[in-house]
Structure formats: structure tokens, C-alpha cells
Design a protein around this ligand. Structure first.
Ligand SMILES: [Zn+2]
Length: 136
């Protein structure tokens, strides 16, 4: 099971995540961070989805190529978040997703909602690390 613990984030990302949640709250948005660290085995299963097993393609990152995967110290450099209302996730609320993305960018995170191509992952935020890992 992937982690949603902020303690599994590398320190710069953990601090940005805290600032992100505070900024969202100030903007009237409740958000839930629902994924931080993802093992390479979990990444492999996710990558297979829509390719070799049924389902929708949700990632282009192979195992070890995602910033959700553990770095040399076992920490992730990415997290996924969704806006919520009364505890219910707003997966399809375009306005809330955009506002959430802008809050992430305002605290220095890279927001995958800006990425071009088929996989605009509006729930995904990251900070590039020196190892040069990729998105998702
Ligand atoms: Zn992600």
C-alpha cells in the first residue's frame, strides 16, 4: 500500500506540502494528500495498468522513474492531492483542481496540471531532485 504520510517526503517537499495545505486552507480549499511514497513494486503495478493488465493508463513512469518512488534515503519527492468538500474528494471539480494547482505553484511546487500531453495529472505535485527523477 502506498503511503500518504508526509514523513515519507524528502524534507524540501515535506515543507512545501505543509505550506501548500496552509495556502489551500487560506484560499478556502480543503485538500487531502492521499499519496506520497510508492514502492517500485507498486509503481510497476501502476505502470502495467492499461498496458498488460486491464484498466486506464494513469502513469508513464516506469518503476524507479517516478518521484513517488524512494530516493537513496527512502523518501519521495512527489505527492498527490485532491480537493475535498465535507470530506468527499472532488475528482472532477475543474475549478477546485485548478485553484489547488495554483496554490501548489505559489509555494514552489511543480504542478503536473501544466504538463502537455495525454497525462495531465492535476493531482500531482513534485520538486525535481538532483537525481533527475521523472514525473508521476
Ligand atoms: Zn503523482
Amino acid at each position: 500500500m502506498a503511503s500518504r504520510a508526509l514523513s515519507d517526503l524528502a524534507e524540501p517537499v515535506r515543507l512545501a506540502a505543509l505550506a501548500f495545505v496552509a495556502r489551500c486552507k487560506a484560499a478556502g480549499l480543503d485538500v487531502l494528500i492521499y499519496c506520497t511514497l510508492r514502492s517500485e513494486a507498486e509503481q510497476a503495478a501502476l505502470f502495467a495498468q492499461g498496458r498488460t493488465v486491464p484498466g486506464v493508463i494513469v502513469t508513464n513512469a516506469r518503476p524507479g522513474r517516478s518521484l513517488h518512488n524512494p530516493d537513496a534515503t527512502g523518501k519521495a519527492w512527489a505527492f498527490d492531492a485532491v480537493p475535498t468538500r465535507s470530506g468527499a474528494p472532488l475528482w472532477a471539480d475543474e475549478d477546485a483542481l485548478r485553484r489547488m494547482g495554483e496554490c501548489g505553484e505559489a509555494v514552489g511546487l511543480e504542478w503536473a496540471g501544466r504538463w502537455r500531453g495525454a497525462l495531465r495529472e492535476r493531482v500531482h505535485f513534485q520538486i525535481q531532485n538532483s537525481a533527475g527523477g521523472r514525473h508521476e
